[in-house]
Design a protein around this ligand. Structure first.
Ligand code: SPQ
Length: 425
């Protein structure tokens, strides 16, 4: 536990760590490629380290040296049977994406994770992978991990997913690498497309048409150099703090602004936020520097197709909404209930404790902004995004805030508190 006080203004320049989603994928695709993959600006967070450990257990040599990761890929058919149960830790991305790969291997694997992972829904990948011919069972018969996966011959399918989920889409596309024909996934709304972009870069034949992604089987993937952009989900805490803490002005460098991830920027601008996008670079995954200045925000309605592009930022958008004048309504975000915590319930519990006016709904929340926040004891429920969002809230609150379990930030942003400190001087 540690206490956080209100801050006068945040000023300065910051570079956030590498993107979590892209770091995971670089390790996975590098392991399945022939030859060496070099990854720079890799996120050294606990989730991505879990992915490295899983692939090491599958026989891949991965060197984690300061400044770069070297993956000695063995090709699509080079993985070996692990001698231990694979442990995905707290990472939904590791669990779901690796399942798509394991479904096609000539060996059996057991895959588990921490208490939170063992509660997260896996039926969403078990169903399509089983349709492809996979033999995948939930050992506790509850559609959650631990999963037992017996590799099988897979068939190409066209799957219509009920949820817009990059993890579901990616698990199917990865299984599709090994299928006997083309595999297609159609989503209700396009989710983040890092798998499609990076698989293409490694040599796979991936096409997208509207909300459908197609992959051809048995490509030759070749090792590549991957430079991971800064994580917009980590930048989100500084975007929110810069906009809401009076007198603030922040330059956030090298942030990934892929259009399937940039909803926080579009929403912040629509709420009246003063954000200037500088130095855009569209070579590969797009990046930019963001100049963020304190602004008087107003409430808005957030719903529909934009939701998947900001799903992980909704906790901190709630804090922006509490600081804004007027009502913010968030709809179509029922997926928040099945993340590291139930992010609807936990936001309502903790924002209410700080004096905000928030009501949870079936698929989101309604926030009447402008109520003064006061310090409180916040339970992070060991969810990294909750801990960092309430650190931002604490900067706006009168009195002291304590965040229980705040070390869970190590999942996606180990240097969060040190980085914040550099802006408070
Ligand atoms: O990996 P994990 O635990 O699922 O992490 C989260 C997060 O907040 O960091 C979600 F809890 O991000 C997911 C994200 O919500 C990462 C992700 C990806 O890399 O493909 C996709 C999203 O999940 P989903 O279920 O919509 O596919």
């Amino acid at each position: 536990m540690s206490n956080i006080q209100r801050n006068e203004a945040l000023r300065g320049e910051i570079t956030v760590p590498g993107d979590k989603s892209i770091s995971h994928r670089a390790v996975m695709f590098g392991s399945l490629a022939d030859g060496l993959t070099e990854v720079t600006n890799f996120l050294q967070g606990a989730d991505c380290l879990s992915t490295i450990e899983c692939f090491r257990s599958l026989g891949i040599e991965i060197e984690n040296t300061p400044g770069r990761i070297l993956i000695h890929g063995k090709g699509l058919h080079g993985l070996q049977a692990p001698s231990i149960v694979l442990d995905a830790g707290n990472s939904g991305t590791t669990t779901r994406l690796i399942s798509g790969i394991l479904a096609a291997q000539p060996f059996e694997t057991t895959l588990t994770g921490d208490a939170s992972i063992q509660k997260r829904p896996m039926r969403r990948i078990m169903e399509p992978l089983s349709m492809m011919g996979a033999d995948i069972t939930s050992l506790n018969n509850n559609d959650c991990a631990p999963l037992h996966i017996k590799g099988s011959r897979l068939h190409g399918i066209h799957y219509h997913s009920k949820v817009a989920s990059a993890q579901v889409k990616s698990a199917i596309l990865l299984a599709g690498l090994y299928a006997d024909a083309e595999t297609k996934v159609t989503e209700p709304v396009v989710s983040r497309n890092h798998s499609e972009i990076m698989l293409r870069y490694f040599g796979a034949n991936v096409k997208t048409e509207g909300t459908t992604a197609h992959i051809s089987p048995e490509p030759r993937l070749t090792g590549q150099c991957v430079r991971v952009p800064g994580d917009i989900s980590s930048a989100a805490y500084f975007i929110a703090a810069g906009l809401c803490v009076p007198g603030s002005e922040l330059l956030i460098k090298n942030v990934g602004i892929n259009p399937t991830r940039d909803g926080i920027l579009r929403i912040a601008l629509a709420m009246g936020g003063n954000i200037t996008i500088l130095n855009e670079n569209h070579d590969g995954e797009p990046t930019a520097d963001l100049l963020v200045k304190y602004s008087r925000l107003h409430g808005i309605t957030i719903k529909g197709d934009i939701i998947p592009t900001l799903i992980d930022e909704l906790p901190v958008i709630n804090i922006m909404a509490a600081a804004a004048e007027g009502t913010t309504v968030i709809q179509d975000a029922a997926e928040l209930k099945v993340k590291e915590s139930n992010r609807i319930d936990v936001m309502v519990e903790n924002l209410t404790a700080m004096g905000a006016d928030i009501t949870g709904t079936e698929d989101g929340m309604i926030i009447e902004g402008g109520k003064p926040l006061h310090g409180a004891v916040i339970d992070s429920h060991l969810d990294h995004r909750i801990a960092m969002s309430f650190t931002v809230a604490a900067l706006l609150a009168k009195g002291e805030t304590t965040i229980k379990g705040r070390d869970c930030i190590n999942i996606s942003y180990p240097s969060f508190y040190e980085d914040l400190e550099t802006l408070r001087r």
